[in-house]
Design a protein around this ligand. Sequence first.
Ligand code: AMP
Length: 212
Amino acid sequence: MAAKRKLHEPGNSSKNNVGPLAKKGHWSLGLKASMDDPELRVDRDEMVVIIKDKYPKARFHFLILPHESIPNLKALSRDHLPLLKHIEKRGVELAEKSSKALKFRFGYHAVPSMSHVHMHVISQDFDSPCLKTKKHWNSFTTDYFLDSKDVIEQIEQSGKVAVDQSNAGQLLKNPLVKDFCQSTLHWCSVQPHVSQLFEQHLVSQEHFDFSV
Ligand code: AMP
């Protein structure tokens, strides 16, 4: 089957790395606008703003952003350790408040599409109509997702976050893992339609548009 993709949200292209594209008004700066959007903002304190992810990939999906403008993981240093620990703490509190039943992960995409460092707080049901592509799935279920704890540990040990960008890109292209039922809470039971599409995907190795 021919590859079929729709651009339902910013950052769907692997070419869209933050950096040169981050011009004034560019979509990759959208998180900054969302930090001030009362519809999306959940909470704020002296260090961070918490917003709902505009295209949630699970029942609970939030982003925690510092007020301080930090473009990406490469810009982080030991000076940011108190901030990163605070972000993680706020994430854990938010997860506990959101659901006692669901598991959560807290972390960063190795090569984010959106500018301004942000930590994902995401429940592991992946029960969302916005989760449409292999890239979405792989970005939250492979090593492309860097756990906050590991990011903090790396900075404590070496003073920086090392990201192998070419390997990260490959992780998004890798075939979907077959044992996703084991790694994900109730994936098959809550998402039968998507689960079926994943099976098709495993056969064809094509990009599927799950919105159809
Ligand atoms: P990433 O940059 O790969 O860490 O992911 C960016 C996240 O931001 C994705 O989960 C998107 O669904 C989400 N997103 C994209 N645009 C916006 C926006 N304007 N406001 C809030 N969330 C957004």
